[in-house]
Structure formats: structure tokens, C-alpha cells
Design a protein. Structure first.
Length: 252
């Protein structure tokens, strides 16, 4: 068997509040993600999805267990992160936002510009490369965030509900855009979402987490050919996932 691209191994995470109360966010979470796989993580509010993503990104340490990327312990800088908030610098043009990570790494100006232009073009924003974030729609801002994450050539792409605040039409469009970019770049991606339809539409597999402390309740394969149609009959697998989540929401 080939080595998994990402291996989450028995990860648990506890927090201690200011009052000294211990909160168990994650308990014994384990799963592997294959090279070029798009895996979605879904679960009820407060089940530790974002905490898990931060651990995979190397931004937080587990209380126990470990995460391996390419067989090595996860550390900051190996993964590209895309959040709900676009986190764009309002004083920097689109092209300058996209090349920011390259500048931090010390990449030369000409190479940074060349790479940034490549990814601005990939997300379809070449004609907007010299404008500022306040001049863009919400969907366009998220495209800039995707281009910026890809520009540093991360081993893994991590997405934390990146389309949560978009209207339904824009969200559907951005899901298609994300899939187009993912298919072009052949990146391994872990996508956290609350939205069952989004998970079924995008994912190769879905990891369902329990209510806090988050544990793996079930892992589901989504055997739908791409491109997918939201109205196709096999899409009814969403009912199975909704039932699993309903159990956990009641527990929470």
C-alpha cells in the first residue's frame, strides 16, 4: 500500500479554560488521506473540526497522538490554509496579496510575480490583478485567497468552511471553481464544512465526527462520477449523512 499523504493518528486535544476547567475537544481521531484525494470533514457545531484542521496545519499541537504529512510530523508551512474570512490585506492589490507568502519565504521579486500571475490567471482574475480587495465581490475575494494558498505550492490544501458566508448561488459557483482548480493542481485537500450537500458534491470521502469530544463516527465513500449533478439520484446519500449528524446534534 502506498504511504498516505496525510495520516491522522489517534489525535486527542484538551483545552484548559481560565477558570481551570478542562475541555476535551477531540478524542482518538484517526484517518488517512491519500495523494490527490479530496476529503471532507463534517460534524455538529463545537465538535472540534477547526481544531483538527489547525493541528493538521501544524498551528496547534495535539494533547496526544500525531499527524504525519508525507511521513513527517506536521509543521507550519507545509499546508496551504483557506478560512471563512478571506484575510486579505486591504492595502495590497490582488497580485500583491497572492505573492505575499512567496515574499515571506524570501522568493525573488521576478519569480514571485511570475508565480502569482500564474495562480491569479488560474482562478480567472487576471483582469483584476491590479485592483484592491474592497473592489471585489465576496466570491472573487475567496478566489484570491485560494490563489494565495496555492502560490506557495503546499503539500496539502486545508479549507475551513471557505464558502460559509456566501449566498447559495455564489457558493455553488465557488464549489465548481474549487473543483476545477483542485483537479488542475492535483492537490490533496481536506475540506471542513457544515453543509452536507457541499460535502457530498465535492468529496471523494467524508469523515463524520461525533459531538464533542470529536471522534470519528463513520467514514463514507462517495462513489459518484465527476462532473457531478446536484439533482442526480445517487445524491440521496445525503440522507444517510443527515441521519448520522442528527444523532450527534441530539447528543450535543
Amino acid at each position: 500500500m502506498p504511504q498516505p499523504k496525510v495520516s491522522v493518528q489517534n489525535v486527542s486535544k484538551d483545552f484548559v479554560t481560565k477558570e481551570g476547567m478542562r475541555i476535551e475537544a477531540l478524542r482518538g481521531v484517526s484517518f488517512d488521506v491519500s495523494e490527490q484525494e479530496l476529503l471532507c470533514v463534517i460534524g455538529p457545531n463545537g465538535c472540534g473540526k477547526t481544531t483538527l484542521l489547525r493541528i493538521i496545519a501544524g498551528l496547534d499541537k495535539p494533547t496526544s497522538g500525531c499527524v504525519l504529512i508525507d511521513g513527517e510530523e506536521a509543521k507550519a508551512g507545509k499546508a496551504g490554509l483557506i478560512f471563512q474570512e478571506f484575510s486579505l490585506f486591504p492595502w495590497r492589490r490582488v497580485i500583491d496579496n497572492v505573492k505575499f507568502g512567496l515574499e515571506i519565504r524570501g522568493t525573488g521579486e521576478s519569480e514571485s510575480l511570475e508565480v502569482a500571475e500564474k495562480y491569479v490567471d488560474l482562478v480567472g482574475l487576471s483582469e483584476f490583478k491590479d485592483v484592491y480587495p474592497h473592489e471585489l465581490s465576496e466570491g472573487m475575494k475567496q478566489k484570491v485567497a485560494i490563489a494565495r494558498a496555492l502560490a506557495t505550492n503546499p503539500s496539502v490544501l486545508l479549507l475551513d468552511e471557505p464558502f460559509a458566508f456566501l449566498d447559495a448561488q455564489t457558493r455553488n459557483f465557488m464549489q465548481d471553481e474549487l473543483f476545477r482548480v483542485w483537479e488542475h493542481e492535483k492537490k490533496t485537500a481536506i475540506f471542513v464544512t457544515h453543509n452536507v450537500d457541499e460535502a457530498v458534491y465535492l468529496a471523494d470521502r467524508i469523515v463524520v465526527l461525533t459531538a464533542r469530544p470529536g471522534r470519528v463516527k463513520e467514514t463514507l465513500n462517495i462513489a459518484l462520477k465527476r462532473p457531478r449533478r446536484r439533482t442526480s439520484q445517487p445524491f440521496v446519500r445525503r440522507e444517510e449523512i443527515l441521519a448520522l449528524l442528527e444523532e450527534e446534534v441530539k447528543q450535543a
